[in-house]
Design a protein around this ligand. Structure first.
Ligand code: FAD
Length: 309
């Protein structure tokens, strides 16, 4: 595919659901900015939001605090990401129980990457969960949590082939995951082909596309190279010469992401996960363009895995 084949807004805007991903803030100033972002996006009624978990548990307390604050002050269903890299089962289980104790019942269960980076060889901790699927089983053995996992439309860079990669996704589902969120991608044909493969493998959970609004093309291109995400030539051309022109960059980014989402909607996709980088503007603009409107009514939220659920 050279470009998204978007022509008109399909008539499914009313059924579209979104979720937003944040990272835990490091400073008071970053927390303030995140809170402005949450406050701006919350009225769009996201299905849930999620908060990432730093390599090796480095954000354990901050992730918990952020999820807790979103649950209590914004009343949005909120999931904590959790990784198992570099930790024993007991250590990970202690984090799960700590999170459960403060009312967290939704998780995005991940293997994580070695501290040396995405491209480094992964070696499971000898006494730890071995991979994402194993972590899902561990979570489920503690409580009936709502569990999302990662999926890779262009396959995980360390997977030898798609069959191995999809086999891992199948194990995650067999162990209790009910939603997969994809790595970001820019070629919708690759996503569509991946979903076909997944369905042929007998996996029927939602494969929610992860949408990365391009806040900085340079950063996204760098990260894409590590993550194994193909950056089409037409995308690079759209951002050419805009490194020092933030206003035009943002306008182009908003148009590109909206086109991608609308094209996916034309292909029947109704749920999207936005990697927000803790910034509201692009995500909000894209949601507006696909027909989502702010509402004021707070939601009543249910916590999976709690005694009351
Ligand atoms: P797994 O599914 O366990 O493994 C990834 C792939 O590696 C598998 O599909 C499989 O093909 C292959 N593989 C694994 N084990 C073996 C084996 N023993 N033999 C052969 N092949 C194997 N990282 C963070 O640190 N914090 C986060 O909060 C975070 N959030 C994320 C959210 C999303 C939606 C996504 C897509 C990624 C996120 N990541 C995060 C990155 C993630 O940790 C990395 O992509 C990591 O490299 C793989 O994690 P996983 O759970 O997909 O791993």
């Amino acid at each position: 595919m050279s470009q998204f084949r978007f022509s008109r807004r399909p008539d499914i805007g009313g059924r579209v659901r979104v979720s937003f991903e944040f990272f835990p803030p490091k400073t008071d100033e970053m927390e303030e900015r995140l809170w402005q972002t949450v406050t701006r996006l919350a009225p769009l009624g996201p299905k849930f939001v999620s908060v990432t978990y730093g390599a090796g548990g480095s954000t354990r307390e901050r992730t918990a605090r952020t999820v807790k604050r979103i649950l209590t002050e914004a009343s949005i269903p909120a999931a904590a990401h959790l990784t198992c890299v570099g930790a024993t089962r007991d250590e990970v289980d202690a984090v799960i129980r700590q999170y459960q104790g403060i009312g967290i019942g939704r998780f995005v269960a991940l293997r994580g990457d070695p501290a040396t980076g995405v491209g480094s060889v992964y070696r499971p901790h000898p006494g730890g969960y071995q991979n994402g699927a194993d972590l899902v089983a561990g979570l489920k053995s503690i409580a009936d949590f709502d569990i999302s996992v990662a999926a890779y439309p262009e396959k995980h860079p360390q997977s030898p082939d798609f069959a191995t990669d999809i086999e891992m996704l199948k194990r995650k589902v067999d162990n209790g995951a009910t939603r997969a969120i994809t790595q970001f991608f820019f070629d919708n044909d690759l996503y569509e082909r991946y979903v076909e493969r997944v369905r042929r493998a007998g996996i029927y959970i939602p494969i929610v596309p992860g949408i990365q609004p391009v806040h900085s093309f340079r950063q996204v291109a760098n990260f894409s190279a590590k993550a194994g995400t193909h950056v089409p030539a037409w995308l690079a051309e759209r951002f050419e010469g805009l490194d020092n022109d933030p206003q035009t960059h943002a306008l182009v980014a908003s148009a590109v992401a909206a086109e991608q989402v609308m094209d996916l909607m034309e292909r029947g996709v109704e749920e999207f996960h936005f990697y927000t980088m803790n910034r509201a503007d692009l995500a909000f603009a894209i949601c507006h363009m696909i027909g989502l409107r702010a509402h004021e009514a707070p939601q009543t939220i249910e916590i999976p895995g709690s005694a009351a659920a």
